[in-house]
Design a protein around this ligand. Sequence first.
Ligand code: HEM
Length: 497
Amino acid sequence: METHFLILSFAFIFFIFLKIFLSKRHTKFNLPPSPARSLPLIGHLHLLKRPLHRTFLSFSRSLGDAPIFCLCLGNRLTVVVSSYTIAEECFTKNDIVLANRPEFIVGKYIEYNFTTMTSAPYGDHWRNLRRIGTLEIFSSHKLNGFLSLRKDEIRHLLLRLSKNSQHGFAKVEMRTMFFDLTINNILRMVAGKRFYGEGMEQDEDAQRVRKLVDEIVSKAGAGNAIDYLPFLRWITDFEKQIKNLAGKVDEFLQSLVDEKRGDQEKGNTMIDHLLSLQETQPDYYTDVTIKGIIIVMILAGTETLTGTLEWAMLNLLNHPEVLKKARTEIDTEIGFDRLIDEPDVKNLPYLQGIVLETLRLHPAAPTLVPHMTSDDCMLAGYDVPRGSMLLVNAWAMHRDPSTWEDPEMFKPERFENVKESQKVLSFGIGRRSCPGAGMSHRLVSLALGSLVQCFEWERTGEEYVDNSEAPVMRPATPLVAMCKARPIVHEILNAFV
Ligand code: HEM
């Protein structure tokens, strides 16, 4: 107790000095406006409530709809942008200065000391990881190669749904189904393994992965006080919890790598390719690099896709007229004797509009991934000092009435004007934008199109489905829907089983 008190007192004195030092340094700068009520030591941290994008919009409003403002989060100056023009200025003129990421505890332990593609500082190592990503995962050549996996996983989903819904409407919980689809898709690309699906829910490995992803998601992000008040590391066990979690994650990733290493025959998975590169360039393609690539695929590619699919279905249930229009488009274009395929999507503009409208209203990373300035720079005429964190409130921009007509409404028709799609910033822009954007569009369009083509969908009751958000960007309540197989399902799935 006494030790804690001493540590707290030292920390307090240290931070008062730091605050004085920083405020002296900051007075040199013409900083963006800032909300009042900043407290000594913690700055505006006490005002941060999840979901952060909503809190930031209210700050911006309290400052007279300020398109840029700054906050003191403990020891870190944070600039929040919620205007297209300023976001463009960030990722064109200032793209290199802003191409770094702030260091969070989760990145230190779970992302191998900031060496993965999402957490690495801008420089040669990050460039190399993007290059490997492009060669091994994200090129259209590779994505076409992975097409059969995506199709196979979607068919597993259809099969699962059709089991109880052949003779009438059956109740289904969609979040689990979507998580299984996306994680299986990623893990098959990575390791050639399916973890979830029929009868595999009780599988120990499957339960382990789900628990690890859930735990990391709940601890990641820009909203942890400990990332801004380092003294909390000494008086809470958060860092210890993250270290333990990282140990379990590493054990799982290493088991995937070792299993592939032990295989007699080389397969066609990402780990197989990375292990062959390891044979020729062992210094660069270490196990840590390989595990870093896998963890990023799992973390960046499961929650985002699961959430997007869940929001898309939720909106279709609340807008039966949109669902009907999408089905008519699919039936007219494809007919009744085959399943929708990826090349069909370009001929289904309304389906594409539904995906874009979902990404607009529910961007999976509402404030993008945090950026950090590697030098002093200027944004919208304000100074932004080196070492500041930048958050781009894409969620607020997507609901700005000066940019969008009826911004709160779910209206896929707005994308009949293809230019509108350029205003959707859900994957970010600039050199650190999402390399998985193409893959995400393909998977979400194909999965959603298949669900609309193969099943009737209804809400579980008269009332609308609750569309409020959880603190992280997913519906507050896991989505439950009523689903009934259409006759086309038998035709399609008979060919599959
Ligand atoms: C709906 C799906 C997805 C959304 C909305 C999304 C969104 C984003 C956003 C906003 C960023 C940060 C951009 C920035 O910093 O400005 C990002 C980065 C990233 N995403 Fe995605 N993402 C999705 C799916 C995926 C998938 C499927 C993968 C891979 C399997 C992936 C891999 C990555 C990686 C590696 C980065 C870090 C890039 C870097 O820092 O250089 N994402 N994503």
